[in-house]
Design a protein around this ligand. Sequence first.
Ligand code: ZN
Length: 104
Amino acid sequence: MKTPDNVKINGIVYTIIAKRDFELRDNVGTTFAWQQEIHLNKESPPTQRASVLLHEILHAISHEYLGADEDLNETQVTGLTAGLRNVLVNCGINLIDMVSEGLE
Ligand SMILES: [Zn+2]
């Protein structure tokens, strides 16, 4: 499955942009909620990239559904990412498929 070019969250289109290691300054992914952009490190391994994409999508969901003042913090997003990833994997959903192609 090709990495999506964008995700729509509460009607807002977040563009997924492939970045290289040095462009992200040692980060694996970043969400810029005000610009509606998710930057994803295309040089990271697919397993990590899939988790990072899920993590960044949760940041965007937090921003769009809870509002900037009630945004989930990093610990909360990290915990929800691990829990959601576990549920999806147990349901037979292979997250690596989500990022196995594309992201040029
Ligand atoms: Zn985060």
